[in-house]
Design a binder for this molecule. Sequence first.
Ligand code: MFK
Length: 575
Amino acid sequence: MPRQRTREVADGNAMTGFSQSPPQLDDQYASDRVLRAFLERHVPTELLTQAASDLESLGRLAAGPLYRQQLEERGLEPTLTQWDAWGRRVDRIKLTPLWQEAHRIAASHGLVATGYEGTFQPYGRLIQFALAYLFHPSTDVFSCPLAMTDGAARALLDSGNQELIARAVGHLTSRDPARFWTSGQWMTETTGGSDVGASETVARRDGEGRWRLTGRKWFTSAATSDMALTLARPEGNPMGGGGLALFYVEPRDAEGALRNIEILRLKDKLGTRKLPTAELLLRDTPATPVTDLQGGVKAIAPMLNITRTWNAVCAVSTMRRALALARDYANRRIVFNRPLAEQPLHLMTLARQQAEFEGAFALTFDVVRLLGLGENGQLGDADQALLRLLTPVAKLTTGKQVVALTSELIESFGGAGYVEDTGLPMLLRDAQVLPIWEGTTNVLSLDVLRVLSRHRAALDELLARAEKQARDASAEVLAPGVKALERGVEGVRRFMEAFSDWDNEACEASARGLAMTLGRLASLGLLLDAGQHAIDHGGDPRPARAAVRYARNGVLLLEQPDPIAEHSLATDIYV
Ligand code: MFK
């Protein structure tokens, strides 16, 4: 079939010669074996049936109208108008049409609401993030404001501030597009996005006792949001994260004018070009403290853990999109007299990436599953610690995977992957933000060390679970994966024994290797579990093959630091 279609196109262009038919998407929910199998296993049938219309509708929208609109709007970007014709400062941002449409679809399909409504609990997070996974790759990163909106709802609810909960959470979790608010997360300042404790924004009370913030927010994504959570240091507080306080801001008044905020410029970024990320100047901007007037980093942490989960889900869904396009193209594209889909080296390349995707999916949706259980009081202490550990692990593991995978799959289109109007380069550019924002790979690796030092039960639980997964994966075909998992567990145990004798510098230097190993180990255990389950229930061999292929891609990335050599190589100093 694909061969015929290609010939028709070629015949139809007799004057200009051959032209290649482009990759196409089919229904993105109906055709997603991995997502569907996961939901069918983990969500009770009656709840999944209830969620089906939203999932099916988004699967069709993502493959059809939204994807078409995304390609058509490729050249559009949001614009900032700072002054009106008569010299008044207005700071208006005009969004692209797809972004305006995405706001409506996100609300009506409950992309935030589903996580909070009682209907699906404790499976609401699974349904919600399945929707986000379908929505993200066709909506030009509108997932960013949704992630922050979700994180803000979580942080406000956790804060216990009843006044702010009553004011905002109903909007953040609304299904009515007219009522639905998005939230910003204004953390990054000119001092950087990692060392948030160095923030310079100051909070002062005015003559009427109202809190006002003054400072410069250097990277505020989706500057069009209806509210924001931000950090500022109340005058007189000590330096560092503990001296910051968490504040709630409504940037605009009832007429839509900014309240003592100037939008200095929109960021000129490598990717996420439809996302109006802005630099803001706050000059006595009215704000309300969310919690105590200190401990701001700790108070905003629930938001970070939610946005990091979104980050991982977006990484996995981008991987799935790149694979869907590459797979379709491999059937259409004939070179050296046969479709790419019949060429062994091409198949090997796709298979390797499919296994990486399935591993990333398993890890990320396990975090989502645990999150839903935890929020509904259904996790014991050990699993709660495991969730705290796996959240940064999933974010940092999938962030690296998505960049490698999109790079590889763009290459699988040859030169077409490098040409802008195919829409393919955008995949790689938008993927590259995922290991950066919401905590870089290194900052999150250090967060993993923070968890390991405070919640030893997390690692014990992860390793015990992996050992059980190895024991339970009894099918012969899984044996190479089981062996790799056992070797991985043994390697981590040995590493941790040595690790406990190292000084802080050595522990920090080895943090990334350890965190990535934990991510790959957890993924492999979950893949083996899915592989055995599929064999036991209907016999689909593909999940088992993904597990074995994933194991062959490698699990152990542990590194023993060699401080003198690393210092010398990194600085190029002869020592
Ligand atoms: C597609 C989806 C994408 C969404 C896009 C959103 C775009 C938004 C753009 C951005 O804002 S990007 C900026 C992102 N920046 C970050 O994510 C921050 C990265 N840096 C860190 O995460 C640092 O580790 C951190 C700022 C938290 C370090 O600050 P501190 O002040 O040195 O932290 P410290 O003293 O270790 O921890 C303070 C408390 O918070 C501790 O609790 P205790 O006081 O009880 O000891 C920590 O345990 C707790 N904590 C820190 N991180 C936590 C946490 N608790 C729970 N979960 C966490 N993740």
